[in-house]
Design a protein. Structure first.
Length: 353
């Protein structure tokens, strides 16, 4: 990939993402990456082991193995809190399993030289599980470089898929349990008589539920477009009046900054949201839009109606504020420079031992 060798290992596919299928998917990667990775990299040395932890946290296990084999410091970038997210999404309900996962995460954290967190809200939960506070660093996500303001040609194909009349609210990303799609459907139902269109881009475990809900509630102004290439996202964003982000009302959700927020900000788009905690703080602090509480469908509907009545100048001000905030706090080169500094500090520390 761009001149960098990538080693892929076999694993059990998620298929329909049932609990047992996800468990096999997670465990198979741990087993095969430890076996194949250790063997295929046996004659190579490395300065740093960098583990990017979305979900599951089990990716830390092969990271620890490589750290010990290569005698290199390990940086662990936490994107999803375990076991909290498992409990919040209902993926695992057994107290015994959640306790075992907690012990596993504690062991992973203790083997890290530095733990990077994508939200300041992760500090307390990470420490509670067993991370050492002085090893934790705030390191938020950035948007890919392709996310930037664009102006579409009059004949751009994306224009044929997005309503050209009325006010357009667009949701882009995973259609899963954590996204509280129920809240959006309830808000859309409350706005049924308003000239407001709700457009969904993406796929996920609850897409079928979403499509049934649209049909059952006769929501003719809700459009589920499905997945589109990531390269086309800024083009679709440019056709929306406001971008939407929602999360479930659960304690773990208050600690995270959904990655789509950075993408929305980078594209200079106003945002309307129904979420608590860190994500809401970013939206309010940036001046990019309006945020209401998680699961507050009435508040979300009222916020959307309010935004639909704003002037063009007010929308431009929100968009400008969004882009300025992104460049100030989430700009890629600035963050990568900070990461490079931390890596060098770990190498310097290791050389003195």
């Amino acid at each position: 990939m761009q001149g960098i060798p990538v080693i892929r290992v076999p694993l059990f596919a998620r298929r329909k993402s049932r609990s047992w299928q996800l468990a096999l998917n997670y465990l198979s990667f741990v087993v095969t990456s430890c076996l194949f990775g250790a063997w295929l990299l046996r004659n190579q040395s490395f300065d740093i082991v960098f583990t990017y932890q979305l979900s599951p946290a089990t990716v830390g296990i092969p990271g620890i193995l490589m750290k010990k084999l290569k005698r290199a410091p390990m940086l662990f970038w936490v994107q999803d809190l375990w076991p909290e997210s498992l409990s919040a999404t209902g993926s695992i309900k057994s107290p015994a399993i959640l306790s075992a996962v907690s012990r596993m995460v504690k062991n992973i954290y203790r083997n890290c030289d530095r733990i990077l967190i994508q939200s300041r809200g992760f500090v307390a939960p990470a420490v509670a599980v067993g991370a050492e506070r002085d090893k934790i660093e705030y390191f938020p996500n950035w948007a890919e470089p392709l996310y930037q303001p664009v102006v579409l040609d009059a004949v751009a194909p994306e224009r044929s898929e997005v309503p050209t009349e009325g006010f357009v609210v667009m949701f882009a990303g995973n259609l899963g349990t954590a996204q509280s799609l129920d809240t959006i459907i309830e808000a859309a139902t409350l706005c049924k008589d308003e000239p407001i269109h709700w457009v969904f881009l993406g796929d996920g475990r609850r897409r079928e539920w979403l499509e049934r809900a649209v049909e059952d509630n006769s929501l003719s102004k809700v459009h589920v477009l499905g997945s589109r290439p990531i390269e086309s996202m800024p083009a679709y964003f440019s056709l929306a009046d406001v971008m939407l982000v929602t999360l479930r009302d659960a304690p773990v959700m208050t600690t995270t900054i959904p990655g789509k927020i950075q993408s929305y900000l980078a594209c200079a788009k106003p945002i309307v949201a129904a979420l608590n905690g860190e994500g809401a703080r970013v939206i309010e602090e940036s001046g990019a839009g309006i945020s209401v509480a998680s699961a507050d469908s009435e508040g979300l509907a009222a916020a959307v109606v309010k935004m639909s009545h704003l002037s063009e100048r007010e929308f431009q001000e929100m968009g400008s504020s969004a882009l300025l905030y992104y460049k100030s706090y989430f700009e890629r080169e600035m963050l990568v420079s900070q990461l490079d500094l931390w890596m060098q500090q770990e190498l310097d520390r290791r050389s003195t031992l």
